[in-house]
Design a binder for this molecule. Structure first.
Ligand SMILES: [Zn+2]
Length: 309
């Protein structure tokens, strides 16, 4: 089109237009190169920590655990896909961060050097919400198998509503205090809070909000008292439904060091420490294949090239 118009113009106009075209092309090229350089630099300085948020784990070979015998929940994930995903991470020597490690080395004090055994390792956090029984019956055996095979301990975060501990009558059975103690004693569970009764913290009275936060911490710590001398249990919280606001922040800060969202984003650390009460997590559901999760964990091609902190 431009060439057509140029051809239509009188001869004495053409050199100026061609010059202008060249200038535009040069400008676009320079802009494109600057943009690519900016993106590359941004990638290099960014520390990406994918935090995966799972819910219930189902054994799809067991007819009792699939429809029509059992209601279909969007957040369900199969044990058959979870195992290869976790195995991929363990075999590639990922550092499975606990909430306290993330807080200590990357949020509260990003300049603090990480322990030498973890230097250069890719980072990931695997979390399970709601304290469903499957974190004991379906997840723990996977972690034990992986430990036996690779001689590496894999720690996962379990965000628990202590108000439901031991509930057998709800649609999904819940873990007991003893289950939590067992997983913790074996070194697999990092036990953290998900509120006492899974209330939407932004929609309850201030009195109820305070109770949801304080009472969950009290009960989880009581359950694990003798195993947790430094009171690491219930120091961090994942907001039920990912719901939080400024008002909730004020109350959460009284009891917890950090708070986790459920916003389908990867935690990216750049120039400034992130808001410790808005830690992003990736949502996981049955539509994600094990391969898809592995690729989300490994990040962009540049991150695969660069070793970080
Ligand atoms: Zn939940």
């Amino acid at each position: 089109m431009v060439n057509y118009l140029v051809n239509k113009l009188p001869e004495y106009f053409k050199p100026g237009i061609i010059l202008r075209k060249k200038r535009i092309i040069r400008f676009l090229l320079a802009f494109f190169l600057a943009f690519i350089t900016y993106q590359v630099i941004l990638e290099i300085i960014t520390v990406e920590i994918p935090i995966f948020g799972f819910h219930d784990i189902v054994d799809i070979r067991n007819l009792q655990e699939v429809p029509p015998q059992r209601r279909d929940f969007p957040g369900d994930y199969s044990q058959q896909n979870l195992e290869p995903f976790l195995e991929d991470l363990v075999s590639h020597n990922y550092w499975f961060l606990s909430t306290q490690e993330l807080y200590e080395y990357f949020i509260a004090n990003p300049k603090k050097p990480v322990p030498s055994e973890n230097r250069g390792r890719k980072k990931v956090m695997i979390s399970f919400d709601d304290g469903n029984k499957s974190i004991y019956t379906h997840l723990l055996p996977i972690l034990e198998r992986l430990e036996n095979k690779y001689r590496k301990k894999t720690q996962v975060v379990v965000f628990i509503n202590s108000g439901f501990l031991g509930h057998q009558d709800s649609l999904i059975k819940k873990v007991t205090c003893q289950d939590l103690r067992d997983g913790m004693q074996k070194g697999f569970y990092d036990i953290q809070s998900h509120g006492l009764n899974h209330e939407n913290l932004t929609k309850i009275s201030l009195k109820a909000l305070d109770r949801e936060l304080s009472e969950d911490q009290i009960r989880l710590r009581k359950c694990t008292q003798d195993l947790d001398p430094n009171q690491i249990v219930a120091s961090h919280i994942a907001y039920p439904f990912g719901a939080v606001n400024k008002q909730v922040d004020k109350y959460v800060a009284k009891y917890y060091k950090s708070g986790y969202l459920y916003d389908s984003l990867k935690l990216k650390l750049r120039f400034f420490p992130p808001n410790k009460y808005r830690i992003s997590r990736l949502t996981v559901n049955k539509k994600h294949s094990a391969e898809r999760l592995s690729s989300l964990a490994s990040g962009s091609w540049l991150h695969k090239l660069i070793g970080k902190k």
